[in-house]
Design a binder for this molecule. Structure first.
Ligand code: SAH
Length: 346
């Protein structure tokens, strides 16, 4: 049975009209789900029993089961959720000065095969529905509400490649953004891609305000193809062309994610090449310390070298941050908690 969380408000409205109910019933249901955050149709007390019964017969209103919750010393909360088909997924809540940010998973497993990432240890089983992504935000919000916390920012940076599940990810963004529901500002929502060029071009044509982040991680094809197989399909030149197209169509700042892998992408030459790549763009570079994944054998660049890279970028007028690590004492690397769980290690 389809989940009620899979409907955008516009679809819910159509559903009501097509089945002899009132248009405004859609708004009522939407608000019960995302404002009151009820977990059953029976709690929707201002709609008729007839409509409630019809909803119960045709749709589910089930949330996600929390299998595990790890809380880090720095307050980072990592959730392992169970989906209705038994698959497990992770979501992470991180506290930043500008707000509490949830990192949402978009697929069960991932097929992109980045050689440093824990998510790819388990191949993609399926795409998440938009409702399964929305429910991650809802469940986390419900959990932290009692502490007075509001999830104000979303990054689609959990397991999976969002542009490999394009339609559902965009539907999810519209639902959580809607001001009759969770009302999370479009500019507070970030979609991160490893560089699926067709997805970037399609996204450019949508003219939406969500932020776009690119997992660049290497400034040339030789290194990038080695650590990110997607680069063999869409080499850097094609990626940069698509990004130029995006920037022409949308007057938005981009961000480049750049994880620091010792001896792989952290040389002086790499930084010079990175500076060149940023030149055509209004771009913000996030230098990210690598969270060690035992199975992969990479280590993070040491702090001193990372600071040198950061300073060189700054000196060359590239805006950047050296990101702090979050949740180091828990399984914070993408996909780490899930992959351990699925393989019976916890
Ligand atoms: N597929 C999308 C989103 C998921 S990955 C993408 O590639 O952007 C989210 C981010 O986490 C990416 O930048 C990814 O490269 C990074 N990442 C993966 N494993 C990591 C690790 N062990 N330490 C730090 N960052 C990691």
């Amino acid at each position: 049975m389809k989940s009620i969380y899979d409907f955008e408000l516009s679809e819910l409205t159509e559903l009501m009209e097509n089945n002899g109910f009132k248009k405004y019933n859609a708004t009522q249901i939407f608000q019960w789900l995302y404002r009151q955050k009820v977990s059953s149709f029976d709690e929707m007390t201002n709609i008729s029993v007839k409509l409630r019964d019809w909803l119960k017969e045709n749709y589910t209103c089930e949330g996600l089961e929390t299998l595990k919750l790890q809380v880090s010393r720095d307050g980072t909360r990592k959730y392992l959720f169970r989906l209705h088909d038994g698959s497990s997924i992770e979501s992470v809540l991180m506290h930043y000065d500008y707000g509490d940010t949830i990192c949402v998973t978009s697929q069960v497993g991932c097929n992109m095969g980045c050689t440093f990432c824990a998510s790819g240890l388990l191949k993609k089983q399926r795409d998440l529905t938009s409702g399964e992504m929305t429910l991650q935000v809802l469940e986390v919000q419900k959990d932290v509400e009692k502490m007075g916390v509001r999830v104000s920012h979303i990054v689609v940076m959990g397991t999976g490649e969002p542009f490999d599940n394009y339609d559902n990810v965009l539907a999810f963004c519209r639902t959580v953004n809607h001001d009759l529901g969770l009302g999370i500002g479009a500019r507070h929502i970030t979609i991160s891609t490893c560089g699926l060029v067709n997805g970037i071009r399609r996204f450019a044509d949508e003219h939406v305000q969500y932020n776009l982040a690119i997992s660049l991680h290497a400034p040339n094809n030789e290194i990038r193809s080695r650590i990110m197989p997607v680069n063999r399909r869409y080499p850097i030149e094609q990626l940069m062309d698509a990004l130029k197209y995006y920037c022409e169509k949308n007057n938005r700042r981009l961000s480049f994610e750049y994880i620091l892998l010792k001896g792989v992408n952290d040389t002086d030459e790499c930084v010079s090449q990175l500076i060149e790549l940023t030149k055509p763009f209004d771009v913000y570079v996030n230098l990210i310390p690598y969270n060690t994944v035992d199975e992969h054998g990479y280590v993070s660049t040491d702090y001193k070298t990372a600071m040198e890279l950061y300073n060189k970028l700054m000196k060359n007028n590239v805006r950047c941050t050296l990101r702090q690590k979050h949740g180091e004492d828990i399984d914070a690397a993408c996909g780490q908690l899930r992959s351990k769980y699925e393989r019976g290690k916890i």
